[in-house]
Structures are given as structure tokens and as C-alpha cells.
Design a binder for this molecule. Structure first.
Ligand code: GTP
Ligand code: MG
Length: 149
């Protein structure tokens, strides 16, 4: 099954939104494969946000993301990269629809609550960057047949 990397950003950890965000993914039927609280160091964040290096908001972004614990997760399920991004909502909360995580919980672009991989390739890159293979759990769920036909 496809996997994606999701991170609950420091703003949402501080605001007590870990539970509500995880609940949305659990309720939809996705499987949680890994989870940890981590304060990412600069080297990790520079690799994670490599595509944004040199942009005017890069320093602010890295400073914010390293300002406190992040809840890093690996979620698994059919098309979870795309559907996960849809559940997060648009990057700018001005455009994120009510019903999405950012649309329900965020106001500001620089405090936009959560991160989700934007492609299957970046998911592989990010999972490998944030997690050791031994931190990713492989397990069966008895309900699988009630989620997938
Ligand atoms: P992530 O899941 O965090 O990667 O968001 P994204 O993939 O929806 O957006 P993108 O990768 O383009 O940008 C990464 C993060 O940088 C965003 O989540 C914003 O917090 C921040 N960001 C992006 N564009 C801007 C910008 O123009 N100004 C500021 N201040 N921050 C920005
Ligand atoms: Mg991104």
C-alpha cells in the first residue's frame, strides 16, 4: 500500500490539535505505521524543505518548524498521498476549504498546522529522512475487509 509522511507542525502541537488531526486519518480508515514527537534540527529541515532553499520565506519557515516538537507520522492506504493532501487543504488558509484540516484549524500561511508529502516520490524521500526503518511498524488489522473491497 501507498505511504505518506504527515507532520503536525509546532503551532498545532501547542494548540492541542494532535488528537483531532490523527482522528481524521484514523476515521477515514488509513493505517498509522509510525509516529513520534521530534524537534527537528536545522540539517533535517534544510533537507526536508530543500525545494524552498533561497526563497524569501525559507529562514522563517525553518525557524518556525524547529521552534518546538513536531508530531511526525507515516500513514498508509490507497492513494493516501493525494487524499492526505486533500484532507490537509490548500497551503494558504485563505484558500483552504472548510472541512479540511487547514480550513478548520488555521488562519495564517506561516502557521498552517500540518504538512503532507506532495507526491509518492517526495513521500519516500521524507519518510526515509524523518524515520529509521525500525521505527516503522508492520501489522495487520482485522477490519481491513470493511475498508477495502
Ligand atoms: P508543506 O506541507 O508545509 O510543505 O506545505 P505545502 O506543500 O502545502 O506548501 P509548500 O511546500 O509550497 O510550502 C511549504 C511551507 O512554506 C508552507 O506550508 C508555508 O507554511 C510556507 N510558505 C509557502 N509559501 C510561503 C510564502 O509565500 N510566504 C510564507 N511566509 N510562507 C510560505
Ligand atoms: Mg510542500
Amino acid at each position: 500500500q501507498e505511504q505518506t509522511f504527515l507532520a503536525i507542525k509546532p503551532d498545532a502541537v501547542q494548540r492541542g490539535l494532535i488528537g483531532p488531526i490523527i482522528t481524521r486519518f484514523e476515521r477515514r480508515g488509513y493505517k498509522l505505521r509510525a509516529i513520534k514527537l521530534i524537534v527537528p534540527d536545522r540539517s533535517l529541515l534544510e533537507k526536508h524543505y530543500d525545494e524552498h532553499k533561497g526563497k524569501p520565506f525559507f529562514e522563517k519557515l525553518v525557524g518556525f518548524m524547529g521552534s518546538g516538537p513536531v508530531c511526525a507520522m507515516v500513514w498508509e492506504g490507497k492513494d493516501v498521498v493525494k487524499t492526505g493532501r486533500a484532507m490537509l487543504g490548500a497551503t494558504n488558509p485563505l484558500n483552504s476549504a472548510p472541512g479540511t484540516i487547514r480550513g478548520d484549524y488555521g488562519i495564517d500561511l506561516g502557521r498552517n498546522v500540518c504538512h503532507g508529502s506532495d507526491s509518492v516520490d517526495s513521500a519516500k524521500y521524507e519518510i526515509n529522512l524523518w524515520f529509521q526503518p525500525t521505527e516503522i511498524q508492520q501489522y495487520d488489522r482485522a477490519i481491513e475487509g470493511w475498508i477495502y473491497e
